[in-house]
Design a protein around this ligand. Structure first.
Ligand code: 8YV
Length: 322
């Protein structure tokens, strides 16, 4: 007979939305993070004391080899309530025989929405206009002052998986070019032009949006040389991972006018991002919030629990990383 899930001990180590916490308590014997995500030591203490069978984590947790080695043997699955998994040492988790799952798909729409928010704010000087209004405005601008860029009609380059962004950009009549490991079938391309290499695509982009995971192949892929290949006065948007962009090179490009503006949700160092970025007028910055809506954070947490429930019931994980 399958074990009842409500007898199975789990640790929800991140501060999930209330509905997710309620479900965790109703379905499992759950230890919940209280007030903040559990730090590594507290996570380990809870997992050991509770003989947890599953742990649910978020991007704030570094599931590195050291932490994995200290997990009690009872832990069968770690479910991360994120799509990215660069905070997880995959090789160490595999070697330990852990099942690790993520939450793909459920955050695609909200990440694409925020990408458009960054694109529009970068093109239309959102940060500067907002600052002027916060300061009380009180002075008319001449028709030639404080001009942004028309986003409609500009060519958008997408690096990585960005079909939801492309779909939204089409309503702005933006021609789409894209670069990914694989070319899409023509019915999915919907007129987007494929480039096998980023270098070949960059000179075609008025805006470039990044949608690739962080890893050895993509570290600092937007470096000085890449920025120089872009059209002068282009716009860069990043809702993927900060490690894709050399921030010193980016700041130089923003100062020199090689880039008109940038919209950034992710940074090389989070939350202690490089404060020199904040000093530049032509950046629009958000604190890694692309998935941060009521609906999406709830869906992510529920999907993580779906994965835990499947594995603890003895079924296959829904979203295994390997
Ligand atoms: C963040 C994300 O985890 O899922 C991912 O990979 O980057 C986001 O959902 C979230 O914004 C908090 O850091």
């Amino acid at each position: 007979m399958q074990p009842a899930l409500n007898h199975l001990p789990i640790v929800v180590a991140y501060l999930a939305p209330p509905e997710v916490l309620r479900r965790a308590s109703a379905e499992f014997d759950a230890v919940l993070a209280d007030g903040a995500d559990l730090a590594a030591a507290a996570l380990l203490d809870a997992a050991r004391a509770h003989q947890a069978r599953a742990i649910v984590i978020a991007g704030s947790h570094q599931l590195d080899a050291g932490l994995i080695a200290q997990l009690p043997d009872s832990v069968r699955i770690v479910a991360t309530s994120t799509v990215g998994f660069d905070h997880i040492d995959v090789a160490a988790a595999q070697a330990r025989g852990l099942i690790v799952t993520n939450t793909p798909d459920v955050l695609t729409a909200c990440t694409a929405d925020l990408t458009l928010m960054l694109m529009l704010n970068a093109c239309r000087r959102g940060a500067e206009y907002a600052a002027i209004m916060r300061d009380g405005w009180r002075r008319r601008f001449a028709q030639s002052e404080m001009l942004g860029l028309r986003m409609s009609g500009r060519t958008l380059g997408i690096f990585g998986i960005g079909r939801a962004v492309a779909q939204r950009a089409r309503t702005f009549e933006m021609p789409i070019v894209y670069c990914n490991r694989h070319r899409l079938a023509p019915e999915l391309e919907q007129g987007a032009r494929y480039f096998a290499t980023l270098d070949a695509m960059l000179p075609e982009c008025d805006l470039l949006s990044l949608h690739a995971p962080a890893g050895d192949a993509t570290a600092n892929i937007i470096d000085r040389a890449a920025l120089a290949r872009m059209r002068r006065g282009a716009v860069l948007v990043n809702t993927a991972r900060g490690r894709l962009v050399d921030e010193d090179a980016l700041m130089d490009a923003l100062r020199s006018g090689q880039l008109f503006a940038a919209g950034l949700d992710v940074f090389q160092h989070e939350p202690d991002f490089d404060l020199r970025l904040q000093q530049l007028p032509n950046v629009f910055l958000t604190p890694h919030m692309a998935s941060a809506t009521v609906e999406t954070r709830r869906a992510m947490g529920m999907r993580a629990l779906d994965n835990v429930a499947a594995v603890l019931r003895g079924d296959a994980a829904l979203d295994p990383l390997w």
